[in-house]
Design a protein around this ligand. Structure first.
Ligand SMILES: Cc1cc2nc3c(=O)[nH]c(=O)nc-3n(C[C@H](O)[C@H](O)[C@H](O)COP(=O)(O)OP(=O)(O)OC[C@H]3O[C@@H](n4cnc5c(N)ncnc54)[C@H](O)[C@@H]3O)c2cc1C
Length: 273
């Protein structure tokens, strides 16, 4: 965090902390009740919470899976907070990745995983409910956006949503059907694909290129939008810069950058007391 030295007593109002005030961060054991391959390099895990325990979270937040030796690995919650007794994660296999390799090769249904959560301040802001939203995900960056969209639908929130999902190939858009169904059923949801690998088979209405380019191509002036984005750090960094140049105010841009796990315990997030 940037630091400043106050000259006199002051009150600091941080909207994120207000929204997170009632959210309790907990350590919970969970049982894997489903492990499904969604595409070649992504699995979905459904984790059952202990009986009579609820995880209260804001759609968009993540959990950290706790591993031996104090290691932690962050994964966004893909399910809606209204689903009370389980959570869903979308896990992409990382080449040479210790934990994701374990999930793909060894983890079985009925195994136990412990996590700490919910964490993070990536959630839909409700302070200006008229503004349309761009939701942009790269790969498994779709996971927190899925939770947000399901939650907004559950609350009958009709804000305009332009969902952009980017991947190298169309096959990697592992829940493409679900996103299409949202768009078919709800007039305020618009779904756009961006496929970056040249030559990979794509439908004529798919954008070819990076996902942030697809957004700018459709909306050269982004000043009226709230932007929510999640996925690889390279995508987030490029998009932040490009979107700023196209009119998005920094404080209307919200994101989770899927940085790699650090193997030292770091606590950099503002936590509610
Ligand atoms: C807030 C947050 C939310 C996240 N949500 C999700 C999610 O919903 N789904 C998801 O699939 N991932 C998500 N991630 C990324 C995920 O945490 C990492 O992919 C994971 O930590 C990799 O663990 P590992 O033990 O398999 O890899 P490690 O053993 O830690 O790393 C092995 C090697 O791969 C490199 N590496 C590690 N992670 C990545 C990566 N993501 N991309 C490229 N190279 C990598 C490392 O630098 C190292 O060289 C999220 C990250 C953050 C910070």
């Amino acid at each position: 965090m940037c630091q400043a030295a106050p000259r006199e007593n002051l009150v600091v109002k941080v909207r994120e902390i207000e929204a997170l005030r009632d959210i309790q961060v907990r350590i919970l054991p969970t049982r894997v009740i489903e492990k499904t391959t969604l595409t070649k390099n992504v699995v979905r895990l459904r984790l059952k919470l202990p009986q009579a325990q609820r995880l209260q979270f804001l759609a968009g937040q993540y959990v950290e899976v706790l591993l031996a030796g104090g290691k932690r690995r962050a994964f966004s919650i893909a399910s809606c907070p209204s689903l009370e007794d389980e959570i869903e994660l979308h896990i992409r296999h990382v080449d040479g990745g210790g934990f994701t390799g374990y999930v793909f090769d060894e983890l079985e249904e009925r195994d136990i995983l412990r996590f700490e959560g919910p964490l993070g301040n990536f959630f839909v802001r409700n302070d200006n409910t008229e503004r349309p939203m761009i939701m942009m995900g790269g790969g498994t960056g779709f996971a927190p956006l899925k939770s947000m969209i399901e939650n907004l639908l559950g609350q009958d929130d009709r804000r305009e949503i332009h969902l952009y999902w980017g991947a190298r190939t169309r096959e990697e858009l592992y829940l493409d059907d679900l996103a299409s169904r949202w768009a078919d059923k709800h007039r305020h949801i618009h779904y756009h694909r961006a496929i970056s690998e040249p030559g990979s088979v794509s439908e004529s209405d798919d954008f070819t290129g990076f996902v942030h380019e697809a957004v700018i191509n459709d909306f050269p002036d982004l000043a009226d939008f709230d932007v929510y984005m999640s996925g690889p750090p390279a995508m987030i960094n490029t998009a932040k810069q490009a979107f700023t140049e196209h009119g998005v105010e920094l404080q209307r841009m919200f994101y989770d950058s899927f940085e790699f796990g650090l193997d030292v315990p770091v606590r950099v997030l503002a936590r509610p007391h």
